[in-house]
Design a binder for this molecule. Structure first.
Ligand code: ARG
Length: 270
């Protein structure tokens, strides 16, 4: 895969694996109004997707370090642990919401005030974090799965990340549908790199071609619940390359962390 050294602005603990094909690193935020790009091993968005309609996924958030996220409450964004540097006060992140076009003048932006990275996060599993915003964003939030009942079927993915391995970050939100891949099958692809209790896989195993990619990290993977409402089952985490046959996307298993996420949000006062 290609590396773009000019974007390797910071060396973080996670950055140490940024050159691996299965890097957790988010994409650069070049297509957003983002002031603080994060390092990236490659610029890759949703692969094999199509443009989302304005308002279709109103909970989608673009984060200035080059990640995605979803509104968990009106003033808390759920994203990936590898998208943030740790826990504590943080005023460096800008969240952009309410638009599919990041350059739309109707975009709603908010700044971070505090970050909560999953307790015990060490780069393997537990890839979730919460970002508290300085104001409430008046848009629909995304419910999270509290049990594993709907951890199956077809899932929606969306993001402003790369549209192919090594591709550019996107100005317009892209979306795609990917089928669930069970743990045993996913473990065949990834062996010990996978943390099955913490992670849920999805992708077109036989053909590849549809996947999240660099810069989509932290964004939600979701489906309809029995009431026909969107329910978040995953958080974009990692994969070997993007959309490769036999190499599904790996997502944090939201149901595993639902209680922790709730407790974290309470702690942040959201
Ligand atoms: N770690 C990437 C990011 O930071 C997400 C990669 C997802 N890869 C995949 N093949 N599904 O944006």
């Amino acid at each position: 895969m290609r590396t773009h050294l000019k974007h390797l602005k910071r060396a973080t603990a996670v950055g140490a694996v940024a050159l691996a094909a299965f890097s957790l690193q988010p994409g650069s935020a070049s297509a957003s109004a983002a002031p603080t790009p994060k390092p990236s091993d490659s610029h890759t968005k949703v692969v094999g997707g199509t443009k989302a309609d304005q308002g279709e996924f109103p909970f989608m958030v673009r984060l200035s370090m080059g990640c995605g996220g979803a509104l968990y409450t009106k003033n808390i964004v759920l994203t990936a642990a590898h998208c943030v540097d740790g826990s504590g006060p943080n005023t460096s992140i800008t969240a952009t919401a309410g638009v599919v076009d990041l350059e739309d003048s109707k975009a709603i932006t908010a700044k971070s005030t505090e970050v909560l990275q999953a307790p015990g996060y060490d780069g393997k599993g537990k890839d979730w974090a919460l970002i508290k915003l300085d104001k409430a964003i008046d848009l629909p939030t995304l419910k999270i799965a509290e049990d594993d009942k709907l951890n199956n079927g077809d899932f929606e993915i969306a993001g402003w990340g790369a549209d192919k391995e090594g591709g550019d970050q996107q100005r317009y939100l892209l979306k795609a549908t990917v089928p669930f891949v069970d743990d045993a099958t996913c473990q065949k692809a990834y062996g010990d790199q996978l943390t099955p209790g913490d992670e849920i896989c999805a992708g077109k195993l036989d053909t590849g071609g549809i996947d999240t990619c660099q810069g989509d990290s932290g964004g939600p993977m979701f489906r309809k619940d029995d009431a026909g409402e969107w329910l978040q089952v995953g958080i974009v985490s990692w994969g070997e390359g993007c959309a490769r046959p036999g190499k599904p996307g790996v997502y944090s298993e939201v149901s595993t962390f639902a209680k922790d996420i709730k407790a974290g949000a309470d702690k942040l006062g959201g």
